[in-house]
Write a protein that binds this ligand. Structure first.
Ligand SMILES: Nc1ncnc2c1ncn2[C@@H]1O[C@H](COP(=O)(O)OP(=O)(O)OP(=O)(O)O)[C@@H](O)[C@H]1O
Length: 355
């Protein structure tokens, strides 16, 4: 099968010796929405710029539609990039800004004007067509940047923190628009962000990066449920990670580790030494339910936020864990700080991982 985009062992070392990315492998299908997520400096933007062709690749290959484009200049690639600061020309009109990408690609004038008109219409920007780009709001500028990226009809749209400059409200609105637009157009989106909620909410798959390496590539829910590295477990959501010693071989897809808080069973292949429990996997359980893992502790903190009760439960002198339960349950409302509390967890919602 030919993929829209394929990165084969791609690496980047900057001239000063900084290794920004190493051994990045990725295959993206047509129409997929893929987010690169990770803390500042982990190599997300460098990877995106290598895909766009703005950054020279030190090792490996980039393929698009099965063609090796490693040495192809940006304007000859089937990609278009949208930058965080939009990179609009402030003194050029909206129309001129949008036409810019087509001019770079050398499109004939009539074709250019037709395509620009169509995209301005699609983004509801005709009214502003002759206005200078610096005389518009943040949200409008964002739309112009999108229009400019899409007017060249790329196969792959590359977006580098495109919503970073917007306030929270506008951000949510444009997130929705972006998702709808991507579905409608069916083109591949590669989206760089350090905002978890954005990556998890928008994309079909998330590439989690740290220190220039890919930690995990998964659909969003698997990052919560089945983190494959300690970094992902700590970085995503509010997981508790228990350290322990592997206890026997895995059986039917479940392994066991011995921890200071007892034996923990979870999904694994055997020989793992960490158990990851998502905050929402804990239940408050007065009875001993067969098969469940039990933890005894004392309630250290309780915050009710809408329908969710965020609890901190102290398991020992130096160990406090995050627990999320439904705030509607009477036993949650009745809990008093310092009171003993028993938690149960279904082993199927625990993931065992290697250190
Ligand atoms: N031109 C450069 N020369 C040397 N090092 C660079 C250069 N550009 C980036 N780096 C370094 O490469 C690493 C990866 O940077 P990159 O910008 O790709 O990270 P990022 O994950 O996109 O971060 P952010 O979210 O802050 O934009 C960092 O250590 C950064 O300091």
């Amino acid at each position: 099968m030919v993929h829209d985009l394929e990165l084969i062992s791609v690496g980047k070392t900057y001239p000063d010796g900084t290794v920004a990315v190493s051994d990045f492998d990725l295959k993206v299908e047509k129409g997929e929405f893929v987010a690169f997520l990770g803390p500042s400096g982990c190599g997300k933007s460098t990877t995106l710029r290598m895909i766009a062709g703005f950054e020279h690749i030190t090792n490996g290959d980039v393929l698009m539609m099965g063609q090796n484009v490693t040495d192809v200049p940006p304007e000859k690639r089937p990609t278009s990039m949208i930058f965080q600061n939009y990179a609009l020309f402030p003194h050029m009109s909206v129309r001129e800004n949008v036409a810019f990408g087509l001019d770079v690609k050398g499109a004939p004038k009539t074709e250019r004007d037709r395509k620009v008109d169509r995209i301005l219409d699609m983004f509801d920007l005709e009214r502003f067509a002759d206005r200078k780009a610096d005389k518009l709001s943040g949200g409008q500028r964002q739309r112009i940047a999108l229009a400019r990226g899409l007017v060249v009809e790329p196969e792959i749209l590359l977006l580098d923190e495109p919503l970073g400059a917007l306030d929270a409200n506008l951000r949510r609105i444009i997130q929705n628009e972006l998702k709808l637009l991507q579905r409608e157009l069916g083109i591949t989106f590669i989206f760089v962000t350090h905002a978890q909620s954005e990556a998890l909410g928008l994309s079909d798959r998330v590439v989690v990066m740290s220190n220039g390496v890919v930690e995990q590539i998964s659909p969003p829910r698997d990052l919560y449920r089945r983190p494959r590295t300690p970094f992902v477990a700590e970085f995503i959501g509010s997981n508790t990670v228990f350290e322990g010693i592997p206890k026997g071989a895995a059986d039917k897809g479940f392994g066991r580790i011995e921890t200071p808080f007892g034996l923990i069973e979870g999904v694994g292949l055997g020989n793992e030494s960490l158990a990851v429990v998502p905050a929402e996997a804990f239940r408050i359980t007065p009875q001993n339910t067969p098969g469940e893992i039990r933890f005894e502790g004392r309630l250290a903190e309780r915050k009710l936020v809408g329908a969710v009760g965020h609890l901190k439960v102290r398991l020992s002198e130096d160990r406090e864990i995050a627990v999320e339960v439904s705030a509607d349950r009477p036993e949650v409302r009745a809990l008093e700080l310092g009171a003993p509390i028993t938690l149960g967890v279904d082993p199927a919602s625990v993931t065992l991982i290697h250190t």
